[in-house]
Design a protein around this ligand. Sequence first.
Ligand code: F6R
Length: 614
Amino acid sequence: MCGIIGICLRDRSQLPLGEALFRGLLRLEYRGYDSAGIAVIDSSRLHIVKGKGRLDELEARLGFTKKYTGETGIAHTRWATHGQPSDINAHPHVDCSGLFAVVHNGIIENYLEVKEKLESRGHVFKSETDTEVFVHLVEELYRELGDVYSAFKSAIKHIRGAYAILLITPIEPNKIFFAKKDSPLVVGIGSSYNLLASDIPALLDHTRRVVVIRDNWVGYITPSSVFVEDLERGFSVDHEQYAMTVLWSLEDASREGYPHFMLKEIYEQPRALVQTLSGLRSDAVLEQVVSLLVDADNIYITGAGTSYHASEYYAYAMSKLAGRLVIPFIASEYELYEETASNKDVLIAVSQSGETIDVLKAVRAFKKQGCRVVAISNVVDSAIPRESDYAIYMRAGPEIGVAATKTFLTQTLVLGFLAIAYAKSSGDLSEAEYRQILLEDIEGSVKVLGKVIEKVDALARRLVERLSGVKSMYYLSRGVGVPIAREGALKIKEIAYVHAEAYPAGESKHGPIALVEPGYPVVFIVPNDPLLERRILGNIMEMKARGAYSIGVLHEESPLVNSVDYSITVPSLHWVTTPITHTPFLQLLAYHLAVKRGLDPDKPRNLAKTVTVE
Ligand code: F6R
């Protein structure tokens, strides 16, 4: 996630360009805030200002708004994915000739390959970003083709991954070239000038008439026109057919029309997972991490709260897919294993924020024992990845709601991916099995997730009518479903303030069942695994015999569908995808119950997004 904006004026008296770009970036700051930059064309030359830091700091330090004027400009606010936040890695990026400037949101998966080719042709790279390859590619192709738009289109055809890209050049000073795939981009049609931005709020100071750009569209805007082509199908697009007028207020729009960030982030999960997958495919570190794990004596994994649930999922996946023992532990309890860890072991430290002090302390303690550490985080260059030997990023984009939602799904995707890559490398999964799980099941679950969320949202709203006065609940499951049950109970506790406990279903007989009385809600997470299903059925019956109100999250073909009082069915895919298919209902149940009770789900009492005290 990053935010981009471009403005194409007829003449500079219409707007102070630097100031307008800066204001647009402020509206996009929720998409990324570790560095930012602006490029404008003034007196036939590119002028660029960029740096590490939040927008207000940069404005004070570098003065985006006053010094930079002109007719055409682009700007970027960054959420680092490749290369740490720094002045050099901040966008815009320029080519060797200094004639092209580019801003990009997304991930170029084949950037290493492209970079190598360009370097062999003499291009010199300044940053560590994937984006910089694109601008050198345009430079290279422009030399060959002699036309900017042809070079831009051809460059797009050379890259793979996710992108919303804007390019400007003094060769054609009154145009902003754009392309989009899997990252959002919107054209704003003004009365006397045009704009482009990642999101509608950045356009609303200028216009309410917008065209949401579709995947594989490329084109350019000028102050008075918009040209769009569908690159895949090879024909030009009549953008007027897609134009619409935005009716929401600016405040609504910053949450893309959702009433809360939590809901927005739940609905954003399919998009976030696409970015995660795309990042994993281009992540050179992944292979090194897999061989480190294969060679390790012991593998430990740790995290706090939601990140600990993701850790438990990984331990289960590794045991079932590769027959490999992984020891999960809650980060604040690291002292239990600290003494036994050695320099032949590996610790995986999972932390969305990368700053949780309990996790950081575990990392430090294990490093002291000589253990190698792999961080899984969402925040590039945060403390935990910085202090670890390797870092793999979730690429979920900033999460504003205090409750972890999209970061849980993206964490489990990274960890599931790591587990199947390990199983393939250790020979426990054949190439065909690996491809089936990755391409059919995991990618399949991501593709259908948008529809799943819409469906389970309606079911969660309905259930909330019945549960509105509830005081206490259980969440039960077995195997891969146990961490999902824990996550469901944590969500409803922290957001709706309902007392909830999660247990392995077999454990419920050993005490918890004493609380069950008629109408007591028990949520069963039923993974797509016949053995687990059979055993969970017994637990459902035990609970129902005591009058419990049973709620089942099950796959569509589950034989248990009619055994529960209220069923929520999700696609029947490999059990590895259980976090992706089964968790959104639990998130939405917590969300709607909180709203029904008049609570603010984005800011639950007593909680903070980043916990930096022990
Ligand atoms: C739950 C939640 C917390 C965090 C925990 C760890 O919704 O947000 O339980 O999961 O504080 O945070 P990170 O992953 O940033 O280390």
